[in-house]
Design a protein around this ligand. Structure first.
Ligand code: ZN
Ligand code: ZN
Ligand code: FE
Length: 762
């Protein structure tokens, strides 16, 4: 504001913004914008978000207001934006009012963010004081969630507390006009964390270029554990099959696909077929692993993702990653979570040495502590949306915004792909990926996550929601808590509630809840469920007819058992006369044992699982008799689909609340004997399910006058099924809702549990 003696009209406006607007460079941004527009006033953080007052000519104020939202910092997320009128006062300057005390506590901590273009440029500039500094960051980028010990988000309460800033860093930190104003992890060569290369006994290689050395080891085919943002990665050259094989053997992860990090999208294009959506998702600040269709015959080693038509690709996201690619000129690195199969990712230097000493040859470590683990996120880009498969680093702890206030509850999730969820007012916070709660280490991480997330979010839950399965460690933990209300939630109901919450639905819906396993209210194993549901409850309207699961968990690992179970269910002992390759290839002795288990009802719980139906069909078609990770047979069954000939469909019998597969198996076996190619059979199978589900939806619409359909459960990771079912339902006049922000698999379960429990106590 320039002081003028003659009267120039001056107006004053107040802007109140809520959302993710703290710790993301919002105040310096407002400060700079106000200066550019020549305005007086102030900006401050308050308990709801950011409160701005601006004063100046009507034209300048208008220009400020027009630019405020569109030019907001990349990490901010504006949820509400309210402008009101104030009377002008004598303000001459624009200032940032520093907040104090408890005021700022109920704010949202930002997720960890990939290095920004400005920092990247500085890091690669030989004239910059942070040239090649592996921990360069600013208010627009760098670590956040993973370095927070407690709130408020301030340097002394982060793992940066042990690095006092040098004078130059301090100056940047205190200058409102600087890109590093209040950047809590701000650091440089002089004052910040440093990298070291250790051998597998923890002995540092002194006096050398640790990054250059690590790169040389990877080039030589060795395995290097690299400390990242949310944990260690194990890195090998992705074009060196021998190295990838060695990694698999040592990590005991035999077939599950490994993600590859590539230096840029241009290189990703060499290995995968990209489109604009995939490219922009790869480049977003969260830098998730993106599943993209792979090209045949590339330099990527065969053992990176055997039998899979997609590759998980992602771009570097820490300064250290960029320095490794710059030094090594790699086309692609396998960068997989550093753990023994199914255990949580390692985060501490000594812990990494102890747990990974037999896996990694070298350790590229640093002394900035990771306070909470956070694995890489995984997404797939569908036609219109980015769909979360594993929602973790980069997204957590960004909440899911709800459309109404809910009481605070803790939901502890399921067993596989576990996440937890805490609610507060109109927000639901899903935790990072905790993993499969099948061992003491994961269970420890689960408890740590409950404790850490409740603390940094300051949430004291009024109830705990848990899955009805008595064997889940998460449920057992919940049931041991005292002095708090405990609410058991049925698994498939939780899936549908998760989809409803994400889509801001409240009224009854038709819910297709399709997955591998979930404990039913009748004690059987559910998994192919059509519900009529809302948050208050559900009716099980249709489900797949029960078949035995011979051997329980063994049947999950061995799809051939499910094929036998279905054959026996539909044809009794007659099936032995069928002329199909599957039976000829079977070990008759083992098969007889399984059949007698079924007949004697020994260790053969009943299941309506949709996942197991896919397994049975995959085994019958000779695709897989055993699996080494969840969903493998179903993924390959989908992958074999051919689109060359007709789009016929098998039939289902839908009556009395049951989905019966007898006609489907009759037709499938006929095709199999007639030598119809498996790709064609797979497609007819998928189409049969889609037609059957549309028929069911129509019946429920007629019966209940409902036209909203929610699709959830891990089966909807099947791209063909999901896309085509949505399309068919929409052309039949339904409104269809799916999950994208939250995984449709069990990683999204806790959100649904939380909302169901919240409804019960409110
Ligand atoms: Zn930056
Ligand atoms: Zn410094
Ligand atoms: Fe599930």
């Amino acid at each position: 504001m320039t002081a003028k003696t003659h009267a120039e009209p001056v107006i004053r406006r107040r802007v109140q913004i809520t959302g993710v607007v703290q710790g993301v460079g919002f105040r310096p941004y407002v400060y700079r914008l106000a200066h550019e527009c020549g305005l007086a006033g102030s900006v401050l953080n308050d308990s709801a978000g950011v409160d701005i007052e601006v004063q100046g000519s009507p034209e300048s104020v208008r220009s400020f207001l027009n630019r405020l939202r569109p030019e907001a910092p990349p990490l901010s997320r504006i949820v509400t934006f309210d402008v009101s009128e104030l009377s002008p006062n004598g303000d001459r300057n624009f200032c940032i009012v520093l907040s104090h005390g408890t005021q700022e506590q109920k704010v949202l901590i930002s997720p960890d963010v990939a290095i920004c273009p400005d920092c990247l440029r500085e890091m690669l500039d030989p004239a910059d004081r942070r040239y090649k500094y592996p921990f360069i960051n600013c208010t627009n980028c760098g670590p956040r969630f993973t370095i927070v010990r407690d709130i408020p988000y301030d340097r002394p309460l982060t793992s940066m507390s042990v690095f006092p800033m040098c004078a130059e860093c301090q100056r940047e930190y205190e200058d409102p006009a600087n890109r590093r104003f209040h950047a809590q992890p701000n650091a440089c060569w002089k004052c910040g964390p440093q990298v070291e290369l250790w051998d597998s006994t923890g002995k540092p290689l002194l006096g050398r270029d640790p990054i250059g050395e690590a790169v040389a080891r990877i080039r030589a085919g060795e395995i290097v554990a690299i400390k990242g943002l949310g944990g260690f990665h194990l890195a090998v050259d992705a074009t060196n099959n021998e190295a990838v094989e060695r990694l698999r053997q040592r990590k005991r992860r035999f077939e599950k696909p490994l993600a590859i990090m590539v230096p840029d999208v241009h290189t990703a294009e060499m290995f995968c077929i990209l489109n604009d959506e995939i490219r922009s998702t790869m480049q977003c600040v969260q830098r998730p692993i993106v599943l993209a269709p792979r090209r045949e015959g590339t330099a990527i080693a065969a053992s990176v993702a055997p039998g899979i038509h997609e590759l998980g690709v992602f771009l570097p996201y820490t300064p250290l990653h960029y320095l490794i690619f710059a030094a090594g000129q790699f086309e692609a690195l396998v960068m997989t979570s550093a753990n023994l199969s199914e255990e949580p990712i390692a985060i501490d230097n000594q812990e990494a040495l102890a747990r990974l000493g037999n896996i990694a040859d070298w350790f590229l470590v640093h002394n900035r502590e990771i306070l909470i683990r956070s694995d890489d996120s995984v997404v797939r880009v569908a036609k219109d949306k980015t769909r979360q498969i594993r929602r973790s680093r980069g997204f957590v702890p960004m909440p899911v915004f709800l459309d109404r206030e809910v009481p605070s509850v803790l939901a502890v999730g399921g067993e596989l792909k576990n996440t937890i969820c805490l609610t507060r007012a109109k927000t639901a916070f899903l935790s990072q990926h905790v993993g499969d709660l099948e061992n003491a280490e994961s269970f420890g991480f689960f408890q740590e996550t409950v404790e850490h997330l409740s603390r940094i979010l300051e949430i004291e839950p009024k109830a705990i929601a848990y899955d009805l399965h008595p064997g889940y460690l998460s449920s057992q933990w919940a049931l041991q808590q005292s002095d708090i209300r405990l609410i058991g939630v049925q698994h498939h109901h939780a899936h549908i509630a998760s989809c409803m919450a994400e889509n801001h639905l409240d009224d009854k819906v038709i819910g297709f809840s399709l997955d591998g396993t979930g404990y039913g209210t009748d004690g059987h194993i559910w998994g192919g469920e059509v519900l009529v549901a809302d948050f208050a409850g559900f009716d099980r309207a249709f489900h797949f007819d029960y078949v035995p699961l011979p051997g329980g968990a063994a049947a999950i690992h061995e799809p051939w058992r499910m094929a036998l179970s279905y054959l026996h269910h539909h044809y009794g002992a007659d099936f032995w006369n069928f002329d199909i390759p599957f039976l000829k290839a079977l070990d008759r002795k083992k098969a007889d044992i399984v059949v007698s288990m079924i007949e004697k009802k020994l260790n053969s719980p009943l299941t309506s699982s949709c996942g197991r139906l896919f397994d049975a069909v995959a085994a019958l078609l000779g695709i897989r008799n055993t699996v080494s990770y969840e969903g493998q047979a179903a993924i390959q069954l989908e992958n074999t689909m051919s689109f060359e000939t007709d789009a016929a469909a098998y039939s289902l019998e839908i009556s009395n609340g049951l989905i019966k597969t007898k006609p489907l198996f009759d037709e499938l076996l006929r095709d199999l004997s007639a030598g119809i190619p498996t790709g064609q059979i797979s497609r007819r199978f998928h189409n049969g399910l889609i037609n059957g589900f549309v028929t069911i939806a129509r019946r429920l619409r007629d019966l209940h006058k409902l036209d909203r359909v929610c699709l959830s459960g891990g089966t909807f990771q099947n791209f063909y099924l999901a896309e085509n079912l949505v399309q068919e339902l929409e052309s039949a006049g339904f409104q269809v809702f799916t999950q994208s922000e939250v995984p449709c698999n069990d990683g999204g379960l806790s959100l649904g549990q939380a909302l169901i429990a919240a409804r019960q106590i409110s």
